[in-house]
Design a protein around this ligand. Structure first.
Ligand code: ATP
Length: 133
């Protein structure tokens, strides 16, 4: 059935370049399993783990939102940020998680915008912690 090329690019540069039997990614509408020959499409990416399957091996990448572009022979992920597990600093993610939780738990309700941002920061931190595991 062949493989599909995979590029993961961020504003800081490429994070992954390779191929996979199957790419599993989470769009805002749900999970997508992409095999070679998939119809072309573009979808927004959730803060989530992207799974790159090769045989029985699965690699995980933490992506912090962005876009997924699918062509029959290639998947391109344009992410705001993306990390391979080996590059994830868990202490940093735990600190980001604690900061976000503190903001969300604070009784100051006048900062609605900050709370929405804190929610996203919390999701990014939890996603990184999960991918590192
Ligand atoms: P922090 O508050 O710790 O900066 P953040 O979620 O606000 O976390 P981002 O704005 O998503 O950080 O990312 C900024 C840059 O830092 C990106 O290049 C991202 O890959 C990197 N980065 C963020 N958190 C981590 C982490 N825990 N380990 C490794 N790289 C990280």
């Amino acid at each position: 059935m062949g493989t599909i090329n995979v590029d993961v690019v961020t504003p800081d540069g490429p994070v992954y370049e390779g191929s996979a039997d199957m790419v599993v990614a989470k769009s805002n509408r749900g999970e997508l399993g992409i095999l070679p020959g998939h119809i072309p499409m573009v979808a927004p990416l959730a803060i989530s783990a992207v799974r790159l399957k090769n045989g029985t091996n699965t690699e995980y990448l933490a992506v912090s939102g962005g876009f997924l572009e699918v062509r029959p022979d290639k998947v391109t992920i344009l992410a705001q940020a993306a990390e391979r597990p080996e590059n994830i600093d868990v202490d940093r993610a735990n600190k980001a998680k604690q900061r976000a939780e503190a903001l969300l738990n604070s009784t100051n309700n006048s900062e609605k915008v900050d709370k929405a941002r804190a929610e996203l920061a919390l999701n990014r931190a939890i996603n990184r912690i999960n991918v590192k595991r």
